[in-house]
Structure formats: structure tokens, C-alpha cells
Design a protein around this ligand. Sequence first.
Ligand code: FUB
Length: 332
Amino acid sequence: MAEIRLPRYLVTHMYAADPRAHVFEGKIYVYPSHDIDAGIPENDDGDHFAMVDYHVLSLEDVTGEVTDHGVALRLEDVPWAAKQLWSNDVAYKNGTYYMYFPAKDHDGVFRIGVATSSSPAGPFTPRPEPMKRAFSIDPAVFEDDDGTHYMYFGGIWGGQLQRWEKGTYDPTVPPEPSGDRPALGPRVARLADDMLELAEEPREIQILDPSGEPIKADDHDRRFFEAAWMHKYQGTYYLSYSTGDTHKLVYATGDNPYGPFTYRGVILTPVVGWTTHHSIVEYKGKWYLFYHDSTLSGGKTPLRSAKVTELHYRPDGSIVTLDGMTGLPLEE
Ligand code: FUB
């Protein structure tokens, strides 16, 4: 068999996007969206991302064999959900694995639900109702060193975050603000002890430019769009996210899980395909970026494939930018 080098695709027998990776039970588990061709025309609401189930992947080595554990959760088994199983994430506490996933409810509103399993590979059993204080898309759960779990979430445009600005859902709000006002930030909240609800009202995260001013709504090269992810490196909190219509993965750093975070730079330049989405994880002493592109489908936006490549830090903690086309550093 040919030697596998990074970057590499994780699987090619199905389309797997939005890869959220964690180390559980000594292996890397990856929780992707399962992309399908639903035949729905593309629009800014993302209706063409019409996924109906999740698979779980695992690997013992980043260049080794990838196991597809099969279907872990089906849309039809979630009573409150009507369509669009978008990016999920999984956390572990006290013998149980908790999958957090968004879907549109029967009124077309994105909610976030929880499903549980005794195994990181699933299958996961969904709770009958969505979480009470969570909304929008792209949940990502971060466990801090003291065992506290925080959920980051939100995405603008089709992810509907802008519709929650006043605390309740308002479908008349435009896809995002514009001009010199601060851009919308992702939300963060501590998870309750039982991991099934948020323990507090979600807070909007402030992302500042290096001069201390909030990143502005018109700054599409740096403003938050979707796909928030939190990791900690050498005691610093790294918030990374997609810039959406400028197609970059970027990051900002702070000294606590709530922020504010200061913009630091680009992690990954645009990939083939409209969306970009990722996770960052340390495994066996190295750091990896899990991400996706649409190369294998010939550039079709809703048919993406998950990949992994190595991530490098400079001595000052900044991240070396990777080229979205090659998955390799842009500098030596
Ligand atoms: O997979 C559907 C959506 O596309 C995700 O929730 C977004 O982050 C984008 O990757």
C-alpha cells in the first residue's frame, strides 16, 4: 500500500465535511457532517446543505487507517428536527459522550440538540427537545483544564445568528450588519453539570483588532461568519472561525474562554468550494488541523471531503498560515 502523507483525505466512500476532532480513549474521533446531493439549488440560506444523518470516524494514527463507525444519529429519530443536520461536536463527561447538533425545527428555525451515547463511536440517542437557551448553528464544545465545558456556537446568513440579536427570533433581520458597527460575534456559554443545557445565558464574544477596536461588520476578511472552534495552546485560548464569503479560516487569542479575543491572522487560505470549516487538536505531541474542501466532487459546494494536515506554531504562539490549495505551510 502507498505511504500516506499529510495532508490527506480521511474517507472517499462518502462526503464528510465540517470535521470536529477530539482525542477519546486514546484515538482520534472525528465527527463530520455527512454531505449528500439532495438536488436543492444553491442559495444564501444554505438550503442545499440538506443532510439527514451523521457518521463517526476514528483513527489511531493521522496517516493510518480510518474506521467509519456507520450511522450514529438519524434526522428521522430526532422528534423536534425537520431538516439540515449541520456541523456537530461531541464532548465526554463521567462515562457519557454528548453529541451537540444543529437542525432546523418544524418552523424552519435552527436549534441545537443533544444526543448521548456510552461510546465515542455512537450510536447516539437524541433528547426529545432541543436545548433551551441555544440557537443558530455550529456548536463546538471545549473542555478547559479544570473540567469545565463551554459551548461556542453561531453562524450568520443561513445560520440565522443575526436573527437572535434582540434575544428572541426575528426572521426579518438582514443576513448581517454592515458599516462601521461591530460585526456579530459567536456565542459562548458554560454547560450545566449534566451537560444537557447551558448553565448561563449565552454571551456574545468580542473579537478585537490588534489596536483594541472591535472588528467591524464591513471587515469581511476578518469578521466572524461561522464554524467557531476553541483550543488552548501553552495557556492561551485560541478562537478560530470561518470568514464565510472571504473563505478563510482565521484566529484570535485571549486569556480566558469568554474573551475578548484579539485577531492574530489566517490559519488556512481559501480551499476549493465555498465553505471552510475545521477543528484543531493535539495528538501524540503534534498539532493537527482537520478541515474540508470540495476537490473530490469537482468543486460542488455541498459535497465536501474531510482532510487533515499538520499545524505549526512559531515561538511567539502565532500559527503558520497554511495554503488552502495544498494544505502545506506558505512559508518554510
Ligand atoms: O455543513 C453545513 C454548514 O456549512 C456548516 O454548519 C457551516 O459551518 C458550513 O461548513
